[in-house]
Design a protein around this ligand. Structure first.
Ligand code: LMR
Length: 328
């Protein structure tokens, strides 16, 4: 069942099932929506698969389905509850149907960088969030990082007023919808796999995402400017179903949890580099990046930050205060 590194890379990049499982092994299907190259989640999921298949051979076998080849994020959590998939790592914006505690991560300008997000998640409050969906059958195992979000559109944006009247694709998050409305943008929730086509055909004018997603999905090809706003974050929760997790023998569960934790620590420490490489790849492809002066960036802060007030009851003033103390 061992695949050589080359065969593995080939099957992953083709979006195919990346391991052949033996009879008697516990099959762990991991479904996600991004590409695997120059992408924090893609790289982490592939590494997890490699290690599980090497170190748990005979006991468990992981198959990774990247690029939305198995499920879009709006379907994957239901599929997990049905037992059709065992692991996924949707962005924290995709859990609205299950919990509101993650809304703090979508609030614009809440965290100044990914290190601040990491520190918040490692606090008692952050760690407790992993258990916030247990009643609904889902268990958070680890947080995985991606990076800061940038704005892109079919015209260069310098000030938030430049975006007024445009339509932007958003993830299905009430906070992100409110953030877009605050700058006069019409938010259009849409699956990640549909964004490139929607930008290309003009169904939407723009979108917000991280460098690795802008690069990996080739959004830069169908946008006329990317503004380095760093206004928010995309971060993930590696999630499983409570039923499945509890069905595992303790030794299998412990080994899997340990491998996942080690992969998390290793890959979360490397996201800055992956992000920088993706940004550079976008530049090398000939895209224009609008870098903001402090005054221009402040205009985005002034326009978007008032949405915090709308969600304060969901996220808790004490958590906002804790996040701000970490930023300081
Ligand atoms: C998006 O839908 O834009 C992102 O959540 C995709 C991802 O998984 O990074």
């Amino acid at each position: 069942k061992f695949l050589t590194a080359a065969a593995l890379a080939l099957s992953v990049s083709a979006g195919a099932v990346a391991a052949a499982c033996d009879d008697g092994e516990i099959v762990i299907k991991f479904s996600h929506v991004t590409n695997t190259d120059k992408h924090p989640k893609g790289i982490a999921a592939s590494l997890l698969m490699e290690r599980v298949n090497e170190e748990m051979n005979g006991k468990a076998c992981m198959e990774v389905f990247p690029n939305s080849t198995l499920y879009d994020d709006d379907k994957v959590l239901e599929a997990m509850l049905q037992g059709d998939v065992q692991m996924a790592a949707p962005s924290l914006s995709k859990f609205e149907q299950f919990t509101k505690v993650f809304r703090i991560f979508d609030l614009p300008f809440m965290f100044k960088n990914i290190e601040a997000v990491d520190a918040f998640q490692n606090s008692e409050t952050g760690q407790a969030m992993k258990a916030s969906m247990e009643r609904r059958g889902l268990l958070g195992l680890q947080f995985w990082h991606n990076g800061m979000k940038q704005m892109s559109a079919n015209k260069p944006l310098v000030l938030p007023s430049d975006a007024a009247g445009l339509k932007f694709r958003v993830q299905p998050s009430e906070v992100i919808k409110a953030q877009m409305e605050a700058i006069g943008v019409s938010p259009q929730p849409m699956a990640f796999s549909e964004v490139y086509g929607a930008l290309q055909t003009g169904v939407v004018d723009g979108q917000e995402n991280t460098w690795s997603n802008i690069y990996g999905q080739k959004f830069f090809e169908v946008q006329d400017g990317i503004t380095e706003t760093n206004h928010g974050i995309i971060d993930y929760m590696v999630v499983t179903s409570v039923d499945w997790w509890e069905s595992l023998d303790a030794d299998v569960r412990d080994q899997l949890a340990t491998i996942l934790e080690e992969v998390t620590v290793e890959r979360n420490a490397a996201v800055g580099q992956v992000d920088a490489e993706a940004r550079q790849a976008v530049l090398d492809a000939g895209s224009k990046i609008v870098e903001l002066t402090p005054d221009q960036r402040q205009a985005w802060v002034d326009a978007m930050k008032p949405v915090w007030d709308q969600f304060i009851d969901d996220v808790g003033q004490e958590n906002v205060d804790a996040a701000q103390a970490i930023n300081a």
